[in-house]
Design a protein around this ligand. Structure first.
Ligand SMILES: C[S@@+](CC[C@H](N)C(=O)[O-])C[C@H]1O[C@@H](n2cnc3c(N)ncnc32)[C@H](O)[C@@H]1O
Length: 246
């Protein structure tokens, strides 16, 4: 994996990396998102027990990969991320957990893969595709293309589950979601502004930009248009949702 030379400045991050140092991510994301673990755990519960090949898009520091492997220790995960330092951090975590043979890192932009399935030799015939806190960095046009590419890359009966922030449904809901986040920061003895001050500055990179949120309704329609059946929302907490289908 190459050095993250595109962003030499200490505070700049790729969209989605969140923190300049990957070592800060696991603690920092839980400070930002009260139900981070619950969200990932519900997503994992939506994967069928006989899963063999899993594709993860935007694996970050490997927290979702680890939860998947703990539940499905014989599965094989292909983990895609465009940020070399996130992939390196995840790889070491997965190795220390004893799953090195079960986890393949692919440094690639999943937007490029949406346009061309040959990109980065990611492969196909997956039993499940998963993603958390990553796809919302694509434009809506690219989200739809990605959902279509995922559908084509799944085996019959394969599933796709995504955990992502959504665009608030109204100004009222936007205020409610914001207040909930502020209260979570205060419960931790901090403020949202203080916690957010640790977040790096991100500028567009590849196909991703800082948040490109879409409503949950629009994304459910995109899934149906892409050929998914059984489209469902097994979990929602304020502006975060787990959604997908088969
Ligand atoms: C907020 S992190 C979430 C990581 C992990 N899924 C989790 O829930 O802890 C989002 C990850 O998506 C990656 N990412 C964002 N856009 C991407 C793209 N277009 N292609 C590949 N990776 C991308 C970022 O580098 C980052 O590691």
């Amino acid at each position: 994996m190459s050095e993250n030379s595109a962003f030499p400045s200490h505070n700049l991050v790729f969209p989605g990396e969140v923190f300049p140092n990957p070592a800060d991510f696991d603690r920092g994301i839980r400070q930002l998102l009260r139900k981070y673990d619950e969200m990932l755990e519900i997503l994992v519960r939506c994967i069928p027990a006989n899963v063999d090949r899993i594709l993860e898009l935007g694996c970050g520091t490997g927290e979702l990969s680890l939860k998947l492997l703990n539940r499905f220790p014989t599965a094989q995960i292909t983990a895609v991320d465009y940020a070399p330092r996130m992939l390196q951090y995840a790889q070491e975590k997965i190795r220390l957990a004893g799953y090195a043979e079960k986890w393949i890192a692919k440094e690639a932009d999943f937007g490029e893969w949406a346009n061309n399935s040959q990109t980065a030799n990611i492969g196909s015939e997956f039993d499940a595709c998963v993603s958390s806190l990553a796809i919302h960095h694509l434009t809506d046009e690219m989200k739809l293309k990605l959902f279509q590419q995922i559908r084509k890359s799944l085996n019959p009966g394969g599933v796709f589950w995504n955990a992502d922030p959504i665009l608030p449904e109204s100004e009222l809901m936007k205020a409610v979601y914001q207040t909930a986040r502020e209260e979570w920061a205060i419960e931790q003895g901090s403020t949202l502004a203080q916690i957010r001050s640790q977040v790096g500055q991100s500028v567009p990179y590849g196909y991703s930009s800082p948040d490109q949120l879409a409503t949950l309704d629009i994304q459910l329609q995109m899934l149906k248009k892409s050929g998914f059946d059984g489209v469902a929302v097994p979990w929602k907490y304020y502006n975060l949702a787990v959604f997908g289908g088969n």
